[in-house]
Design a protein around this ligand. Structure first.
Ligand code: AMP
Length: 189
């Protein structure tokens, strides 16, 4: 099984690159942002709770996210592998992911971090907001709050994978195809 973490701040291109990775490697895409948005749309109890955090650009509590991923991994036991997109976003989530995978005799092969500066991120997210319908993509203050959550809580996750020799930094600025090629090289070497 090929299990990959696609990492990077909001707007770094994780969604775009995930689609290409799914096509090439036939992986199951687990985007916690997408999973949460579908819970919000269905107005489930979890969705109503999560929305309070999402509307402020804050991270949803770890235990909620970990439970969600645990469930999804068990549900897809026959998958060729997983792309974790937007998860883990805290060191506690990263530790739990390792445990969840180990319980299923799996592990992460690589963590690929898309690197993009804050000005470019804000520009991209505002542009995406014109068509994505995501309210959190349309407000500059909210975008900055999300980037701040990333810097304080999520950026340390890179170190967690670096310590396991699984971290690869990828320049996230440039042509989509070129970025994809660099991701594939990092996965395959
Ligand atoms: P995303 O689509 O990945 O940018 O996620 C949108 C929002 O969902 C984030 O701003 C968070 O509020 C929430 N979210 C998504 N993934 C996670 C996660 N792994 N941990 C905590 N909150 C998350």
């Amino acid at each position: 099984m090929l299990n990959i973490v696609l990492f990077g701040p909001p707007g770094a291109g994780k969604g775009t690159q995930s689609e290409k990775l799914i096509q090439k490697y036939g992986l199951v895409h687990l985007s916690t942002g997408d999973l949460l948005r579908s819970q919000v749309a269905a107005q489930t109890e979890l969705g109503i709770m999560a929305k309070q955090y999402m509307d402020k650009g804050l991270l949803v509590p770890d235990e909620v996210m970990i439970g969600m991923i645990d469930h999804k991994v068990k549900e897809n036991k026959s998958a060729k592998g997983f792309i974790f997109d937007g998860f883990p976003r805290t060191v506690a989530q990263a530790e739990s992911l390792d445990k969840i995978l180990a319980n299923n005799e799996l592990s992460i092969k690589k963590m690929l971090a898309l690197e993009v500066n804050e000005e470019e991120l804000t520009k991209r997210i505002l542009l995406r907001g014109q068509t994505s319908g995501r309210t959190d993509d349309q407000n500059e203050e909210l975008i900055r709050a999300r980037v701040k959550e990333y810097q304080t809580k999520t950026a340390p996750v890179a170190n967690y994978y670096a310590q396991q020799n699984k971290f690869s930094g990828i320049n996230g600025i440039g042509e989509i195809e070129e970025i994809f090629e660099n991701i594939c090289k990092a996965i395959e070497n």
